[in-house]
Design a protein around this ligand. Sequence first.
Ligand SMILES: Nc1ncnc2c1ncn2[C@@H]1O[C@H](COP(=O)(O)OP(=O)(O)O)[C@@H](O)[C@H]1O
Ligand SMILES: [Mg+2]
Length: 127
Amino acid sequence: MIEARELCKNFKDKKRGVVKAVDHVSFSCKAGEVYGLLGPNGAGKTTTLRILSTALKPTSGTAIINGTDVTVDSQKVRSQIGFLSGNTGLYGRLTAREMVAYFGNLYGMEKQTIRRRTDELFTLLDM
Ligand SMILES: Nc1ncnc2c1ncn2[C@@H]1O[C@H](COP(=O)(O)OP(=O)(O)O)[C@@H](O)[C@H]1O
Ligand SMILES: [Mg+2]
């Protein structure tokens, strides 16, 4: 489902010169698995996630998400993932239903489908 292949990311930093934020990282995560990426501050975890979610391009190496190469078809990858990082906020002015509808729209879902799925999920989750 998620496969990192020899991912590398170098940043050019004014003070530190070239920073090897991610240095040949490979791992794979199967469908249904929960995968933990552990490491001290600055180890490159966030940079790796940004590459997997196509927010950043790798310097070299690549990742395959559900069969699609992030460096070949980033749009297709984006249409199939949800990415919520620790500091991604919710929109304070949207209600819960508006929030879900907003993201449903971004993913190209039909209005009726959004309404039906929202009802199902909100019932299931007692929201
Ligand atoms: N945009 C950037 N420009 C320069 N250096 C960066 C940038 N983003 C991250 N880094 C550096 O890359 C390294 C890895 O950072 P990061 O991926 O945030 O680590 P972690 O999430 O594991 O704490 C750190 O040395 C960090 O300072
Ligand atoms: Mg981090």
